[in-house]
Design a protein around this ligand. Structure first.
Ligand SMILES: *Cc1c(COP(=O)(O)O)cnc(C)c1O
Length: 368
């Protein structure tokens, strides 16, 4: 072939990946916009995190600490963990990708669930492996279905607990049963992005399970309750052998210095977290009750968002509701890509935003 007809070609499978589509940000022509499409907190970050971020601006010529030592120490202290078992990343998304690139290759399978977070599928395919999608039961992860899907090719299982966009959770007894049924060479990833919001006695984010195993990884993020989505701060808690493998492949300075500084200050401000969680608990319930009273079906959520299902009557489908809400400045998330053709996901916002959505949906549904 001549050099003109030759071109670089991505590995097989890469061009089959559907790129991630983030939540909408804009409502054209609307003066006041409430972005409730990406599960960001209405509280913003802790003022202490903002101070730390600003201070780090004085040293931008210096490479960040490649070990993210201060951040890992802060996380370890607050959560009572060994810092050697913590790896920080440029958002937990980076860590999910690293896990795939280190443990998956062509011919391997990664299990994800029907309404699972789309990043898992993208990263499994990015590593050249095959995503195997397992049904959920009425928006809840089905442990038996996952176990039934395991083959000798399975190398990883991804679970978000609580789930996104469902907001449902699986009790620790079920996670333990799943772990007990998996072969020891399969990594069980527990993505606990919304763990801080869950106030249920039978829920655990995964710390205990990681501590007692060689094949469980818990991932966490500062993008949600900590309000640092813009900075990209995530961490994984994992057995030392897994940390060691990921450490070899990651970028040597994968977390920037302002993110490390802000993250360390944020995690030490647990009073701020408690305040944000309290606001959420109150408003998840109020929003769920109000929307249910309007005749909408709302999946019971333990996270900072609710999944709203629209009835198929009168042509008032989710897409129309989405347009109507957007025209009023309330931006929710369409979730077709997650297997919900007629539903919207709403992040719990400020009191004003929540009341506004309820009012707007009341008007939308009242129209004939
Ligand atoms: C928001 C979210 C994350 C966080 O990703 P970051 O890269 O840390 O911002 C991870 N998993 C799920 C399921 C999420 O919804």
């Amino acid at each position: 072939m001549s050099s003109e007809t030759m071109k670089p070609t991505p590995r097989p499978g890469i061009l089959d990946i559907a790129a991630y589509v983030p939540g909408k940000e804009h409502a054209p022509g609307v003066a006041r916009v409430f972005k409730l499409s990406s599960n960001e907190t209405p509280m913003g970050p802790s003022p202490k995190a903002v101070d730390a971020f600003k201070q780090s601006a004085g040293h931008l010529e210096i490479y960040p600490d490649g070990q993210a030592m201060a951040l890992r120490e802060a996380i370890a202290e607050v959560h009572g963990l060994n810092k050697a078992n913590i790896l920080c990343g440029n958002g937990s998304d980076e860590l999910l990708g690293l896990l795939c690139h280190v443990y998956l290759g062509a011919g391997d399978e990664g299990i994800i669930t029907e309404h699972g977070f789309l990043v898992y599928k993208i990263q499994i395919m990015g590593a050249g492996a095959t995503p195997v999608v397992v049904k959920e039961k009425d928006c809840v992860i089905d442990v038996d279905a996952i176990l039934a899907a395991v083959t000798e090719k399975t190398k990883i299982v991804f679970l978000a607990n609580p789930g996104n966009p469902t907001g449902t959770y699986v009790p620790v007894s079920e996670i333990r049963r799943l772990h007990a049924g998996l072969p020891g060479n399969v990594i069980l990833v527990l993505d606990a992005a919304y763990a801080e919001y869950v106030k249920r006695n039978d829920y655990q984010a995964g710390i205990e399970l990681v501590s007692g195993s060689r094949n469980v990884v818990m991932t966490r993020t500062f993008s949600k309750v900590y309000g640092l989505a813009a900075l990209r701060v995530g961490w994984a808690y994992a057995p030392l052998e897994i940390i060691d493998a990921l450490d070899r492949v990651r970028g040597p300075f994968n977390m920037n210095a302002p993110a490390q500084a802000a993250g360390a200050a944020a995690v030490r401000d647990q009073d701020f977290v408690a305040m944000a969680v309290e606001h959420n608990l109150v408003w998840v319930e109020k929003v769920t009750t109000a929307l249910t009273a309007l005749g909408l079906k709302v999946t019971p959520s333990v996270a900072n968002f609710v999944l709203i299902h629209f009835p198929d009557v009168d042509g008032k489908r989710a897409a129309e509701a989405d347009d109507f809400l957007t025209s009023r400045g309330y931006i929710l998330r369409a979730v077709r890509g997650y297997g919900f053709a007629n539903s919207l996901r709403m992040t719990i916002g400020s009191e004003e935003a929540n009341r506004g959505v309820i009012e707007a949906l009341t008007e939308f549904l009242g129209r004939s």
